[in-house]
Design a protein around this ligand. Structure first.
Ligand code: KIV
Ligand code: ZN
Length: 506
């Protein structure tokens, strides 16, 4: 059976989602999981956009040797050269050059003529080709461009050496029939199209990203660009798990295969959710909490008699654990490590020690530790940033007849102990004000969510916050059985990210 190339852009377009920001280590962790998942190409970042992105692409290119590592570059010489610098350590490097192609973009954004765009496309693909063989080109906003002009551009870039031509529905405007028609038009009208793979890249503004991608695949596209959990710019990109599971579940219809080990989908989705701080809606297809839950009595009856009555996929095929393994304070390091590895986590010895310590502390407060608790502990490890300030102690007093007061002690950059106190509208406000008095970095809290990781009064509370400073958003996450402590940890996590970014990282 013919294969569809799965090009994952979680680390590039996915990270363009407002409020997502991953540092290089977090990107590397996700990239390792994408490798285990079996994706064919990882778009690791946009090296000319920031030093942090450059570093992430470089790290991923150096480590992951099975798959193709792609770096995105707008059509200019400096950006292409930077993309090459970042990706050249890869065993299978790719540069992805993009340039707007719709008259709307040409007239209002680039202020260039079609001929000028054609010339730039040819020259920039040739520039990338001077470095490596594997070059992808995207005529941006293709779905709103004149199809005849798209055919012309594709012919030119394939002649200049592009081996993949990607057709983006940049603003999520197309409908399946139209988008499939565009792909068919390309197959019929681009004379050298047999020398390149047709790829598609669909956005979800009208909720049609997956439908458009699948229609393009049905017509003949053989690479699909997608992201885990469908995250991405605005309403996001086509979701990898939905595309892959549709191709698998409806192989009778599509007659196509992918390299994806679908049993790793759930784990990958959880990891991306934990590290980006974007929770998954319960009714999300494939990986939402309700995706395999049957509520109606008739459905439950049917599933108990024979799952196929109401289940078109086996939850095990996407890696949803069939049972929840419980650990307790009697569980040793070995059992903890085993469970981590079953859950798909590989931690350094040092991180494992810290996580095990966290597990023991938690087990003292909570009788049963389930997978979600472990995920939460690990997310804390994976989201570690270089700590400029470390939270050493937090204490609050509050109640319906007292002014919320917080005392905090931080360990500062030179190891000094720094303590302060503040009043606030509530206990969390008081803690944040006390921290602000020590750290003194102006920022605005734009999001604060608290949720329980599992059920029960002793559950871990997970706090996710977003703060904004000089137009940039930083995410922070903290977990504890005490939600005030979790809130303080989340704030410190976000502040340390902000400080790291100001010191040149991301
Ligand atoms: O949506 C888009 O057009 C893109 C391109 C860079 C491929 O992300
Ligand atoms: Zn995009």
């Amino acid at each position: 059976m013919e294969k569809v190339i799965i090009f994952d852009t979680t680390l590039r377009d996915g990270e363009q989602a407002a409020g997502a920001s991953l540092n290089a280590q977090e990107k590397l962790e996700i990239a390792r999981q994408l490798d285990r998942l079996g994706v064919d190409v990882i778009e690791a970042g946009f090296p000319s956009s920031s030093p942090g992105d450059f570093e992430a692409v470089r790290l991923i290119a150096q480590e992951l040797k099975r798959l193709t590592i792609c770096a995105l570059a707008p059509a200019n010489i400096e950006a292409i050269d930077k993309a090459w610098e970042a990706v050249k350590g890869a065993k299978h490097p790719r540069i992805h050059v993009f340039l707007s192609a719709s008259d709307i973009h040409l007239a209002h954004q680039l202020k260039k003529s079609r001929d000028e765009i054609l010339k730039m496309s040819r020259e920039m693909v040739a520039r990338a080709k001077s470095y490596l063989d594997d070059v992808e080109f995207s005529p941006m906003d293709a779905s709103r461009a004149d199809p005849a002009y798209i055919y012309q551009i594709l012919e030119v870039v394939i002649n200049a050496g592009a081996t993949t031509v990607n057709i983006p529905d940049t603003v999520g405007y197309a409908t399946p029939q139209e988008f499939g028609g565009l792909i068919q038009g390309i197959l019929d009208n681009v004379p050298n199209i047999d020398k390149a793979v047709i790829s598609v890249h669909c956005h979800n503004d009208l909720g049609l990203a997956v439908a458009n991608s699948l229609e393009a695949i049905r017509v003949g596209a053989r690479q699909v660009e997608c992201t885990i959990n469908g995250i991405g710019e605005r309403a996001g990109n086509a979701s990898l798990e939905e595309i892959v599971m549709t191709l698998r579940t409806r192989q009778d219809f599509f007659g196509l295969v992918t390299n994806i080990d679908t049993t790793r989908i759930y784990r990958t989705s959880r990891l991306v959710s934990e590290l980006t701080g974007f929770s998954i809606q319960p009714n999300k297809a494939i990986i939402g909490a309700n995706a395999f839950r049957h509520q109606s009595g008739i459905h439950q009856d049917g599933v108990l008699k024979k799952a196929i009555t109401y289940e078109i996929m086996d939850p095990k095929s996407v890696g949803i654990p069939s049972s929840v393994l419980v650990l307790s304070k009697l569980s040793g390091r070995h059992a903890f490590r085993e469970r981590l590895s079953e859950l798909g986590y590989t931690l350094s010895e040092e991180a494992l020690n810290r996580a095990f310590q966290g597990f023991k502390e938690l087990a003292d407060k909570k009788k049963e530790i389930i997978d979600r608790d472990i995920e939460s502990l690990i997310a804390e490890e994976l989201r570690t940033v270089t700590e400029v300030y470390h939270l050493d102690h937090v204490e609050v007093s509050c109640g319906d007849h007292s002014l919320p007061t917080a005392t905090v002690r931080l360990i500062g950059p030179d190891g000094q102990s720094l303590a302060d106190a503040a009043l606030g509208a509530g206990p969390v406000d008081a803690v944040y004000k006390a921290i602000n008095r020590i750290v003194g970095i102006p920022n605005e809290l734009t999001e604060f969510t608290v949720k329980s990781v599992s059920e029960g009064i002793d559950a871990i509370g997970e706090v996710l916050i977003r703060i904004e400073s000089e137009g940039v958003t930083y995410t922070g996450r903290g977990a504890s059985t005490d939600i005030i402590v979790a809130s303080a940890k989340a704030y410190m996590n976000a502040l340390n990210r902000l400080l790291a970014a100001k010191r040149g990282g991301k």
